[in-house]
Design a protein around this ligand. Structure first.
Ligand SMILES: [Fe+2]
Ligand SMILES: [Fe+2]
Length: 364
């Protein structure tokens, strides 16, 4: 066989029975040959047979070869089947028209067996190559899909691991500071209340519309991570801190940012939206609206929104919590202190939001 297409199917379309017979004989060892007496009959059979190659007579009664190829090329099911034209006349005009309509080749009658076989071999070899390429591209596609799935599975695993490690770090920070158990989960709950409300207000800052809220809330878990670096004697002191001790305690904000930087540096691309959010939280949650906070003494809207929000929930929790040196304030007392701090300690527009939702703070 002069081509390597296994199970090749060739359709011969000609109104002359003699030509069909001649061509069938010449091609009988090239594959399964289907002889068809008219273009109309070809269209009845083409969907069933699905030929790899059509040899089409140009001059036929009823539908001509040129009309037939137009129709073949206009349908997605048949447009890729190569068509060789066959005609009795050396008619250059119809040869050009046929080729421009998508015929791959042109042969003249009377059929010369060797030439016909050679042409058929060339085109079936091209078909075989195309089918191989299509199979390869299908394989490659499914390989890519598998690979994508594997990467997604791995990423999911790493994210779960990341979450578990962070959870442990947060637990460690909290368990060292015995007086503030549950602080992180309470502040997350309140932040959620504040953010949900803020989004519905006319004064919603533009940036909030683009925030990934769940990511923001999760990042708040690390706001006090810098307390890892604070000495037990200060962190667990059962009484108010001296001015000097308080200065040391204040370093937890900047130390937190340093710790997060160190974690980020160990990441392959040195970047994580979660960590950059957490860094902002850690560094800015003790800044005050009037610029008297720490570590940088930022004021007003220079303090990132994350830090301004956290400041409110953080202080509220400190007020309503019991400390060895103080009783817990009631909700109303704590709320009053927060409202009095609007414009000095806290962003006044966020205190308005707090006022609107503060009743829900009681239940946490
Ligand atoms: Fe803090
Ligand atoms: Fe805190």
């Amino acid at each position: 066989m002069g081509h390597d297409l296994l199970g090749a199917k060739i359709m011969l379309v000609d109104d002359s029975a003699t030509n069909l017979m001649l061509a069938k004989k010449a091609l009988s060892d090239r594959g399964a040959v289907f002889t068809v007496p008219s273009a109309q009959r070809m269209f009845e059979l083409v969907g069933q047979v699905e030929p790899h190659l059509i040899i089409l007579d140009v001059n036929m009664p009823g539908m001509s070869g040129l009309e037939a190829i137009r129709l073949l090329k206009s349908s997605p099911e048949t447009r890729d089947i190569p068509v060789i034209f066959l005609t009795a006349n050396a008619d250059v005009g119809s040869e050009i028209e046929g080729l421009s309509l998508g015929a791959v080749d042109y042969l003249y009658k009377p059929i010369e067996s060797t030439l016909l076989r050679q042409r058929v071999d060339i085109h079936l070899t091209i078909v075989a190559q195309r089918l191989r390429l299509e199979a390869q591209s299908r394989e490659l596609k499914s390989f890519n899909e598998n690979l994508k799935q594997m990467v997604e599975d791995e990423t999911k695993k790493v994210m779960l691991l990341e979450g578990a490690i962070l959870e442990t770090v947060v637990d460690l920070v909290e368990s060292r500071d015995e007086t503030t158990g549950g602080h992180v989960s309470r502040t997350i709950h309140w932040l959620q209340l504040m953010v949900d409300r803020l989004k519905d207000t006319d004064s919603c800052p533009d940036e909030l519309r683009y925030w990934d809220i769940p990511l923001f809330l999760q990042s708040s878990r690390l706001h006090d991570v810098g307390k890892i670096a604070i000495d037990d004697a200060i962190l667990k002191k059962p009484g108010p801190l001296t001015a000097e001790e308080f200065e040391i305690m204040k370093t937890h904000a900047a130390r937190g940012a340093e710790i997060i930087d160190r974690i980020a540096k160990n990441l392959p691309d040195g970047e994580s939206t979660y960590l950059s959010e957490a860094r902002i939280m850690a560094l800015t949650h003790h800044e005050k609206w009037d610029g008297s906070g720490y570590p940088k003494g930022l004021a007003g809207s220079d303090i990132p929104l994350q830090g301004r929000l956290m400041a409110i929930t953080d202080v509220y929790d400190a007020l309503v919590s019991k400390r060895p040196y103080k009783k817990p304030f009631s909700h109303d007392e704590a709320a009053k202190i927060l409202v009095e701090g609007a414009g000095s300690h806290f962003d006044p527009s966020l205190i308005d939001v707090f006022k609107a939702v503060s009743d829900a703070f009681r239940t946490a």
